[in-house]
Design a binder for this molecule. Structure first.
Ligand code: IVH
Length: 684
């Protein structure tokens, strides 16, 4: 068992430490390469591996032919036939620093090794987070695909690879006797999410991350099952080549592979010098979250093949390439407690209170556990060591537990029967994943969230009314319901913590300014269950006045496009509640007003009934602005393309939505045509 066999890595001599590190690394290699069930995040493994590499570098007497640093992966699994690589599949050195110095260090090493001061040309690529694969084409036909294995011998996974649609079974215009193409098999974020959604709905196990998804599918013995998991591929290099004249540069190789019909990632560049390498690293770091797949860094390669040959290898790593990593998106930490957060509509969300950990570029001390079922499914206990993931702007989440590290005094979690904030009953309706507090606006937590929502940028847009202030206002009994907000004066606000005369005045001004709004913002601001921003817009557009909406019965509400029975019932319930009608009236009495939708300009309905989808980047205006302009003309702006879409507006780097539009024959407007359309109805 892991826990018993490992000594702490504290005070021990170098020899023992190297032996201990090897034991641990070998254990994790088996978990990762042979069993497809890694028990620690990559960053943790990399740390162990780097430490052993450093130790062996500083103490050459510790080097050993059987050290895991001398191999690239684990042994061949039974079940797949072994494939001996004609050219070994090597690994590359990794720079893990967060700043740009990785690029400068690499450039300096290359120049020193070449004894040159001239600027070096580099090919820059993304470091894809998947599984390395060698594709063997003979006379342009795919004859074999193999995993890396230990670098010398991999596994024959041809059947599974053939199920990947983006991998060509024969190449275009390639007559090379042998052409081995190397690259990464990966699972896109969208495919990963869809797969997990389906599994969850069927009560089946989910994938921890897209990389495990890719590795697990390729190593799946049943190709029919593998085919069900959607995978993709990017080529990044070559293996054995016979009967083809190599281009002079790595960039040239990638262009040639692309011309053969192989997928090569567009986000690549050929640049000169260290500053340009660092620039590429920065640009990609900024793009990381919006890419459709996971990457864990960038790769720099000396572009000239002649120079690559001159540089050669050091301890099985090429001197001409380096991977410059980004901060890891997964880390290990400990769950100190599980607390309950009460949301605006009473939803109880269990939140893991964590030992603070640096992950995905920031320090994280809270991670959502979603709901009771998720906690049970992942088997999270208080005291557990867990894997926390924070990718992009997404809320950090606990993706898995390391059961072998569970302490004896670990405690299971139980959803409370009463609300921890107001003491009201907690209910969980049949078929619902969420438990809810029944306290309504009697519950301080719900009231705080409802006020914050009301003040939000997309609702009443009350600048400066943030969570700390709302917390104080509710806790000190200054606000009981929404209309109380508008009774606040400078003197009352100025005496609160962290407030001064000036900031108090700003809040009062912002409150005053918010009184001039739109009907849809006001409706959205009320926190009516199931009424989001787009439903609020549909309602405002359809009924024109608040009175009409308040008086509408379920049947009339159902006539609004996109309003279904759940939304209609929720609205009818809300406006049948005397208390809610009082709140709405009191808000209007403060002077909140909006333009009359019915008489909103001659062109207000010019695009009524037309559904638009925006994709890519527009150069002359932001997406929100484009959306607002379309909506002002009565159009609806949807998030995804379907047969019901009337137009797709495609900006720069439009992706899958554009493809979908072309597939379905939906008319596509480029930016110029879109602007012309707007100009027909209004002056831009
Ligand atoms: S080049 C000799 N390029 O990173 C050079 N590797 O240690 C061989 N990887 O697991 C690798 N993206 O699968 C190269 N653009 C890229 C890559 C890449 C991901 C993976 C590769 C291997 C590791 C390199």
């Amino acid at each position: 068992m892991l826990k018993d066999s490992f000594l702490p890595l504290g005070e021990m001599n170098n020899k023992d430490r190297a032996a201990e590190l090897r034991k641990q690394i070998e254990f994790h290699n088996i978990q990762y390469y042979q069993l497809d069930s890694p028990v620690i995040p990559d960053a943790e493994y990399d740390k162990l591996f780097r430490e052993l590499q450093n130790l062996e570098a500083v103490h050459p007497e510790l080097q050993a032919p059987d050290s895991p640093t001398q191999r690239v992966g684990g042994k061949v699994l039974e079940g797949f036939s072994p494939v001996r690589h004609a050219v070994p599949m090597l690994s590359i050195r990794t720079e893990t620093d967060i700043e740009a110095s990785g690029a400068y260090n690499f450039d300096t090493r290359v120049k020193n090794a070449l004894g040159s001061t001239a600027e070096i040309e580099y090919a820059c690529e993304l470091k894809f987070d998947g599984l390395a694969i060698n594709l063997r084409y003979e006379k342009g036909v795919l004859v074999q695909a193999a995993t890396r294995g230990d670098g010398e011998t991999g596994e024959d996974v041809t059947q599974n690879i053939r199920t990947i649609h983006v991998i060509p079974l024969h190449l275009k215009d390639c007559h090379a006797e042998i052409l081995e193409v190397r690259g990464e098999v990966y699972m896109s974020r969208k495919d990963f999410n869809q797969y997990n959604d389906k599994q969850r709905a069927a009560g089946l196990p989910t994938l921890v991350n897209p990389r495990n998804g890719a590795a697990g599918s390729i190593r799946q013995l049943d190709p029919a099952l593998a085919a069900k998991r959607p995978l993709s591929f990017f080529a990044y290099g070559l293996g054995e080549v016979k009967g083809w004249t190599l281009p002079a540069t790595h960039g040239g190789i990638l262009d040639a592979l692309e011309a053969f019909g192989l997928p090569v990632c567009k986000d690549r560049a050929v640049v000169k010098g260290a500053a340009a390498l660092a620039g590429f690293h920065q640009k990609i770091a900024e793009m990381r979250d919006s890419l459709p797949f996971d990457i864990d860094g960038v790769v720099y390669k000396v572009n000239s093949l002649t120079l690559q040959q001159e540089l050669g290898f050091v301890s099985r790593e090429p001197r001409w390439a380096v991977a410059h990593k980004f901060p890891a998106e997964e880390q290990l930490t400990i769950v100190r407690n599980i607390e309950i957060q009460v949301g605006r509509t009473g939803k109880l969300t269990p939140v893991a209170k964590l030992e603070p950990v640096f992950v995905g570029g920031t320090t994280v001390s809270n991670a959502t556990l979603h709901n009771e079922d998720e906690i049970r499914r992942k088997d999270v206990h208080i005291g557990d060591t867990v894997i926390v993931r924070r990718a992009g702007d997404v809320i950090p989440e606990v993706v898995g537990v390391m059961p072998e590290r569970r302490p004896q005094d670990a405690r299971a979690f139980a959803m409370p029967k009463t609300c921890p904030v107001c003491g009201s009953h907690v209910v969980r309706e049949e078929g619902e994943a969420d438990a809810r507090c029944t306290g309504g606006l009697f519950c301080d937590a719900q009231r705080k969230q409802a006020i914050l929502h009301f003040a939000g940028r997309r609702a009443m847009d009350i600048e400066g009314l943030g969570d700390k202030l709302v917390e104080q206002l509710v806790d000190e009994g200054l606000i009981h319901s929404l209309p109380d907000l508008y009774k606040l004066d400078v003197a009352t606000l100025a005496q609160l913590e962290r407030m001064a005369e000036k900031s108090a005045q700003n809040i009062v001004d912002a409150l005053e300014k918010s009184k001039s709004t739109t009907l849809n913002r006001f409706l959205f601001a009320l926190s009516i269950r199931h009424v989001g921003e787009s439903t609020a817009k549909d309602l405002a557009r359809h009924f024109g006045t608040l009175e009409a909406i308040m008086q509408a019965n379920v049947d009339r509400l159902l006539q609004v496009p996109d309003v279904g029975p759940v939304v209609a019932q929720s609205l009818a319930d809300f406006f049948s509640e005397a208390h809610n009608i009082e709140v709405v009236q009191a808000l209007r009495d403060t002077g909140i007003h909006w333009p009359d939708q019915a008489g909103a300009g001659a062109n207000a309905q010019a695009l009524a009934g037309q559904t638009f989808v925006l994709t890519g980047t527009l150069t002359s205006m932001g997406r929100d602005e484009a959306k607002a302009k379309l909506e002002a003309l009565g159009a609806k702006v949807a998030g995804s393309v379907s047969r019901k879409t009337h137009f797709v507006v495609a900006g720069v780097e439009a992706g899958s939505k554009l493809e979908k539009a072309q597939e379905l024959g939906v008319p596509v407007l480029d930016e110029q045509k879109f602007i012309e359309l707007l100009q027909q109805f209004q002056s831009l």
